[in-house]
Structure formats: structure tokens, C-alpha cells
Design a protein around this ligand. Structure first.
Ligand code: GAP
Length: 432
């Protein structure tokens, strides 16, 4: 169903998924904080990414490089020179805007005043390390995780002895001084990337590219991104990043329009060649019987926060049940913050509460992501769990005390069935 961004932002805040960054002090543009449920949702998406793209394969290795890197890295990668957006300023109200995102790049969208000429605005966030104030400690917070992989290429090859083709995966924060952060988690100044640099023989790039495209689609379906909202877009040469000779953007229909969710790029040998030139260390692949060469690179680059937004939008639904309208987040069970919630039918019957706690602890032994809820009446608890997308609710009632069975209520159908307590781990797919 269609849902407005305001509705998603309000639900995310109300239920503890995502809060505005530094809200207590009036906020900080382009930052968001993940609340208790948002952390669970985000980490489930990340976990499935590791499973689908890394650990289920035999050709993948993992890395966790530092956010702060030697500034020469960004000279070699081309970011120092080219990682800019066109900035325009209004002569009247002093508002600053990204020229390429304006309908009329000559008129201020706020006050209608005249906008100046665009100038290149560097997107890397600067920081200072060390004790000297002479500029020698000037560094950048990484604008992409990818470069950590390229600068560790030799370390990885020397220590792990992989065979081509192989890939290196990394998840971590990236920072960009976006001129106009906007649309909730879509464009922020601090965000998380999940990136893979997949190294291939030059002649093998096309098949690896297609292979990763299928993996991306499989992963998106697995985490519950609505396939109807996804479009794969071939990026024309004039819009590609400086390093890319083919890019396919996977775009998603957000409530504010269709925009990039993630990208798949063919980076050729750009990065290894540049880092060899700038560092003076030969990063070519060497094997007996052939000339040394630079492996080529296929890069699937996922923005984790955009994925969280796409999963929230895809899962959002409203329907009519029993006494009226409900909001239900139809998350995939593997992605939902909680796999199940356990309730005692009545909170003031100590035998029911004790039994419910026993069942809760038993389930948590196979899967820690189980909620316990004894607030309000059963109807209210169902609404709450529907709104946070819990696939199953387990109720302990008087019959449980007699015959050891419980009811399981299905979030999507709202139907209930009775099962013996010992069948719960299977019924709730707790071990998957
Ligand atoms: N290493 C390639 C690279 O960084 P990119 O298209 O600039 O390519 C990759 O970024 C992904 O990172 C994007 O598809 C998006 O999901 C995410 N991303 C980029 N900028 C972002 C921002 N300001 N806020 C949230 N996510 C962002």
C-alpha cells in the first residue's frame, strides 16, 4: 500500500525504531539515532546480508578497516579532487542549496531571491587528530568504506592467499557533508554502508557483474523489500562516478519518489592502479606463467539506512480486523525485531504470569528475540505487536495450566491455533 513519509517517521519514533539525532538539544541535521527496535531491525538486515553475500559463499573474506585513514588515500581514490556537489547560495536569504537538485537553479526555493553561480563543495567531513595545531593532523572521516578494502588488498592477499575471483566485504559508517540532508534515512550525513569489492580477471567482469545483480535481487527479496517498488536502472556514462565504466542503480519507489537504494559498479582496475601509483607499492596480481596484472573490480554497494527505510515502507500496511482499523508492519520473520511475543492472558493471575515467564525463557533459549508483554488487555497487546511487526503472539491461558497447550496468533491472518508448548520452537521457526 502507499504510505506517506510522515507516517513512517511517526511510527518509527512512536515505537522506538528511529529517533531524530540529538533531539534533546534541538537535533543535528542529517543524523538519526536507532532506538531499541531499530537496532534489532537494522542488525537483522545486516545479518542476512552477511549470510547471503558473504558466509554462504566460498569466495568471500571479511574486513573491518578504520574510519580514519591517511589523507593520501583520498588523493589516490580521486575523492580529494572530484567528490563534490555543486553549491549555490541565495544573495538575499543566504540559503544554500544543491544546484543539481533544484527545479530552477537561478531562483532561491525559499525566498525567490537570485542564486549565485554554482561552486564545487567538497563532501568529505574533516576532522583533526593529534596534538599539533599546524594542520598536520587534518584527516577526513571516510566517505565510503570501499577504500579500506583497496588499501588492505596486499595484506589480505599475502595473509589469506585467495584465488581469483574473490571478494572482500565490509560494513561500517561513512560520512558525507551533504548540502541538503533530507527524507529521513535517505540522505544523511552519517550512514552505514555494506560494501563488497569483488576482484576478477579482467575478461571475467561481465559474468561477475550479472551474478552480483542476481544476488542483490535475492537478498532484497529475503529482507522483504517490495519487488514492485524496485527498478534496476542502467546509469548513463555522463552520470557515472569517475571510476566506473558500468553502473546499475537499484532504485526504490520511496514515498517521496523513485531514487537510488544501492548501486552495482564495475570499477575496472581504477583503484588498485591508483593506489599502486600513489603508494609506490605494486598491487598487481602475480602468478606463475603470466604477466602481472591488476584485477578488475565489481562493487555491490549497499546503504544500510536506505535499506531500513525501504523495509519499513515495504512492510507498512493497514487493514480492518475485529473492532476496527489496525496498522501492521508485515516484516519477514527473519527481519522483524521480535520473532514472537509471549503474553499471560491476565496480568493479575500469578499462575498465568509464572507460566508465561517460563514459556518466555524456554523460547529465549533458542532465540533471544522474544518479547514479553503483560501491559493492557490482549487486544491492545495484539495492536502493539502488529505495529512493531511481531509475526506471532503466544498466549498462556487457563487451558495451558491444564493441558500444556497455548494459542499462537498469526500477525498476517490474525488466525489462532492451539499447539503444545513443546511444539512452539518449530511453530515459530525459532531455529532458522
Ligand atoms: N563505494 C561506492 C559508493 O560509495 P555511492 O553510490 O556514493 O557509492 C553507495 O554510495 C550507497 O551508500 C548508496 O547507494 C546509498 O545506499 C548509500 N548512501 C550514499 N550516500 C548516502 C547518504 N548521504 N545517506 C544515506 N545513504 C547514503
Amino acid at each position: 500500500m502507499s504510505v506517506s513519509l510522515e507516517t513512517v517517521v511517526a511510527l518509527a519514533k512512536r515505537r522506538g525504531f528511529v529517533f531524530p539525532g540529538s533531539e534533546l538539544y534541538g537535533g543535528l541535521a542529517g543524523t538519526w539515532d536507532y532506538g531499541p527496535l531499530g537496532v534489532l531491525l537494522k542488525r537483522n538486515i545486516e545479518r542476512l546480508w552477511w549470510e547471503e553475500c558473504v558466509f554462504s559463499r566460498e569466495d568471500m573474506l571479511a574486513l573491518d578497516a578504520a574510519i580514519l585513514m591517511n589523507p593520501r588515500v583520498w588523493d589516490a581514490s580521486g575523492h580529494t579532487e572530484t567528490f563534490t556537489d555543486p553549491l549555490v547560495e541565495c544573495a538575499a536569504c543566504k540559503g544554500r542549496f544543491r544546484a543539481d537538485k533544484l527545479e530552477d537553479a537561478r531562483r532561491c526555493p525559499t525566498c525567490g531571491g537570485a542564486l549565485g553561480e554554482p561552486r564545487a563543495f567538497r563532501l568529505m567531513v574533516e576532522a583533526k587528530v593529534g596534538v599539533l595545531d599546524d594542520g598536520s593532523g587534518r584527516v577526513f572521516l571516510r566517505p565510503e568504506t570501499a577504500q579500506g578494502i583497496f588499501v588492505n588488498f596486499k595484506n589480505i592477499v599475502d595473509t589469506q592467499r585467495p584465488k581469483l575471483p574473490f571478494g572482500v566485504a565490509q560494513v561500517g559508517k561513512a560520512f558525507r557533508n551533504e548540502i541538503s540532508p533530507r527524507d529521513f534515512l535517505f540522505r544523511t550525513r552519517e550512514f552505514e554502508q555494506m560494501e563488497i569489492e569483488y576482484f576478477v580477471r579482467p575478461e571475467a567482469w561481465e559474468s561477475a557483474f550479472e551474478d552480483w545483480l542476481s544476488t542483490i535481487h535475492r537478498f532484497l527479496a529475503r529482507v522483504g523489500v517490495d519487488g514492485e517498488r524496485i527498478t534496476a536502472v542502467e546509469v548513463p556514462p555522463e552520470e557515472r562516478a569517475h571510476y566506473s565504466s558500468r553502473t546499475v542503480d537499484i532504485e526504490f519507489r520511496y514515498p517521496f519518489g523513485q531514487h537510488e537504494l544501492l548501486g552495482l559498479a564495475y570499477r575496472g582496475d581504477y583503484d588498485l592502479r591508483r593506489h599502486s601509483e600513489f603508494s609506490g607499492i605494486d598491487l598487481r596480481w602475480k602468478e606463475p606463467g603470466s604477466e602481472p596484472f591488476f584485477p578488475h573490480v565489481i562493487e555491490p554497494s549497499f546503504g544500510l539506512d536506505r535499506l531500513v527505510l525501504a523495509v519499513l515502507v515495504s512492510a507498512y500496511d493497514e487493514d480492518e480486523v475485529g473492532e476496527g482499523k489496525r496498522v501492521v508492519m508485515r516484516f519477514k520473520p527473519e527481519v522483524a525485531p521480535f520473532r514472537a511475543a509471549v503474553f499471560p492472558l491476565l496480568r493479575n493471575k500469578s499462575q498465568l504470569v509464572a507460566k508465561a515467564q517460563e514459556v518466555f525463557r524456554m523460547l529465549r533459549a533458542s532465540n533471544p528475540f522474544i518479547a514479553f508483554d503483560d501491559n493492557g488487555n490482549i487486544g491492545k497487546r495484539y495492536r502493539r505487536q502488529d505495529e512493531i511487526g511481531t509475526p506471532w503472539c503466544v498466549t498462556i491461558d487457563f487451558q495451558t495450566l491444564e493441558d500444556g497447550t497455548v494459542t499462537i496468533r498469526n500477525r498476517d491472518t490474525t488466525e489462532q491455533e492451539r499447539v503444545p508448548v513443546e511444539d512452539l520452537p518449530d511453530a515459530l521457526s525459532l531455529v532458522s
